[in-house]
Design a protein around this ligand. Structure first.
Ligand SMILES: [Zn+2]
Length: 218
């Protein structure tokens, strides 16, 4: 029953969404270039010894968004017609990329931020970004209370620093795009209430261009 509903919903979404998606695909390289160049320039200015090589890696990941045949498992064109939503209200307070270490009494952050942070009030509901199955809902040390959703084909979304006791889903549960999975918190290593969203396609990838290609602006 659910499959039938989902299928018909997808079909309707396809007919509406395909043409804008093609149009979007045509302008994405230019958008990515426009957005990425100043950001990379800024990180190089930060004098991190790894900034140069990191920028190259990011550029490779960006290009794969529009790649044709799958290469080393990094192409996820096939899920572009699934439903995708923004996980939470609030502006981005920290982007994906190199970042100075931040230490709190609970520990220190890494030198590379492999997610994006949304500054949102503690208690704000967090939505699953796409349909999938919950594979983890537990405390993850410095990442705090964390939920992981498997979207199939090796693609996962990961939600960190959630409020203690706020989980609304459990392991094995199937969710839709927009299903509330819990609330924003500041558990683990965090200096304020925020959601850290990570997207893993084998390796971590920048959620911003990944979701932009799927019609979601962060
Ligand atoms: Zn973060």
């Amino acid at each position: 029953m659910n499959d039938l509903v989902l299928h018909s919903r997808r079909k309707r979404a396809d007919s509406r969404a395909i043409r804008p998606l093609f149009a979007l695909a045509a302008v994405i390289p230019a958008l990515v270039a426009a957005l990425a160049v100043p950001a990379h320039a800024a990180t190089v200015d930060a004098a991190s010894p790894s900034a140069g090589s990191t920028a190259v890696v990011a550029a490779v990941d960006d290009s794969q968004l529009n790649a044709g045949p799958p290469s080393r498992g990094g192409n996820y064109m096939h899920d572009a017609d699934a439903a995708w939503v923004r996980p939470v209200a609030g502006r981005i307070t920290s982007n994906y990329g190199p970042r100075p270490v931040i230490c709190t009494p609970a520990g220190c952050s890494n030198t590379f931020h492999d997610g994006v942070d949304f500054g949102s009030a503690c208690g704000t509901p967090i939505k699953a970004i796409s349909p999938g199955r919950v594979t983890s809902a537990t405390n993850a040390g410095s990442f705090g209370e964390r939920v992981i959703i498997d979207h199939g084909s090796g693609l996962e979304s990961i939600y960190g620093h959630m409020q203690t006791g706020s989980f609304k889903v459990s392991v094995g549960q199937h969710v839709q795009a927009g299903t509330i999975i819990g609330n924003v918190g500041m558990t683990g290593v965090a200096t304020g209430c925020h959601l850290d969203l990570k997207i893993r396609t084998g390796a971590y990838t920048d959620p911003k261009p990944f979701l932009a290609f799927r019609g979601v602006t962060l």
